[in-house]
Write a protein that binds this ligand. Structure first.
Ligand SMILES: NC(=O)c1ccc[n+]([C@@H]2O[C@H](COP(=O)([O-])OP(=O)(O)OC[C@H]3O[C@@H](n4cnc5c(N)ncnc54)[C@H](O)[C@@H]3O)[C@@H](O)[C@H]2O)c1
Length: 337
């Protein structure tokens, strides 16, 4: 029988953290989850796990909860890349300071390994496909906070002899993702609007290209990161590199799945949005036996079914705009989504 661990997951009310908690719990590990509930949904948290409403920045509380913990998965963040140039303080606090606090607590408790969820934003507008050996090229406060957190993680872990792995997910879709967040999650936003008979909103000409990962395909990569021997110090992109599609094409699939046809509403480009973002999955294939099991269309169908079951929602502007000027999208200034 494989070894059972005591595992702490941050951001457990969130999309990734809640799926991870459920899977690790089903594998027989003892799971503790923390979240400040500023994002995610409280009902994402399974009753089977020990939950604490705690902010990651609260070092003393986090440190106490980490007693006897073997493995830490740090998933909490305000993962709002586009918003980060307009709300840099809030986003840096929850991404960078929160990470430093979690890593400090983990090191003081001598955990065996820390798995950090970074982001493809770390590559910025580098040449595609992005490979892990590329020099990070962060171009906005979200990406800067992710790369800075990676560096602090490596620095503290090397000094204190603690193992770490950096997971680099990209554009994950699926059930439990917040669909009433106006600032991120393009597929969920489009579906939530279309199911209310509202046309999708697209920034720029919609020809920007992305790859989308279905949640289960990310979780199956995160699980072995907990104890697979050859992963210490590795940075690994997780998610597919097939189906590299335009946002216009994503809108077409969403409209087809939701059964609602309307011309997209095109808005000004968002500042610093990367035109084409594609991560190579070669390293994940090699080290984690990565395979894509769910196509983009099937992932959109599952997301649609989730929203349909819960019901559509009004968008919730729960993060304040800190910089409001001519560059700020009017969709956010005027709450048009
Ligand atoms: N979903 C994606 O497409 C994607 C892509 C790349 C990287 N990531 C990374 O994966 C991780 C998980 O993303 P997600 O999509 O599940 O996000 P999410 O917003 O669904 O979940 C994040 C959770 O963190 C919590 N949180 C935020 N700040 C906190 C704080 N200071 N203290 C405690 N809890 C806090 C929120 O309440 C939320 O429940 C993030 O680090 C994100 O940057 C996600």
């Amino acid at each position: 029988m494989s070894q059972k661990f005591k595992i702490l997951i941050t951001g457990v009310a969130g999309f990734l953290g809640s799926h991870l908690a459920e899977k690790l719990n089903s594998l027989g590990h003892e799971v503790i989850g923390i979240d400040n509930l500023m994002g995610g949904y409280q009902d994402n948290i399974s009753n089977e796990i020990e939950f604490y409403k705690v902010d990651c920045c609260d070092l003393l509380k986090v440190q106490a909860l980490m007693k006897n913990v073997d493995i830490v998965y740090h998933c909490a963040a305000t993962a709002h890349e586009g918003l980060s140039v307009f709300s840099p303080y809030e986003i840096t606090k929850n991404n960078y300071l929160a990470s430093v606090s979690i890593f400090t607590a983990a090191i003081n408790n001598k955990v065996k390994r820390i798995i950090y969820c970074s982001s493809m934003a770390r590559y910025g507008d580098s040449k595609t496909p992005f490979t892990e050996d590329m020099e990070p090229n962060p171009i906005d406060p979200y990406a800067i906070s992710k790369v800075a957190s990676e560096k602090v993680l490596a620095n503290l872990c090397e000094l204190n002899n603690i193992e770490y792995v950096i997971a680099v997910p990209h554009n994950i879709i699926g059930p439990r993702q917040r669909y009433d967040d106006p600032f991120r999650n393009v597929v969920s936003i489009m579906l939530n609007r279309m199911m209310q008979k509202k046309a999708p909103i697209i920034y720029g000409d919609g020809e920007q290209k992305r790859c989308f990962s279905y949640i289960d395909d990310c979780i199956s990569c995160l699980i072995p990161m907990m104890d697979q021997k050859n992963l210490h110090r590795e940075i690994i992109n997780i998610g597919p590199d097939e189906e590299f599609v335009t946002v216009n094409h994503v809108a077409e699939i969403c409209s087809n799945v939701a059964g609602f046809n309307a011309e997209p509403i095109y808005k000004e480009d968002r500042p610093q949005e990367v035109k084409h973002a594609l991560c190579s999955a070669d390293k994940a294939r090699k080290l984690l036996n990565y395979k894509t099991t769910t196509s983009l269309r099937d992932g959109i169908i599952k997301t649609y079914e989730y929203i349909k079951k819960r019901g559509t929602k009004e968008f919730d502007y729960n993060i304040n705009l800190e910089i409001i000027n001519d560059l700020t999208p009017e969709t956010w200034k005027k709450k048009q989504i």
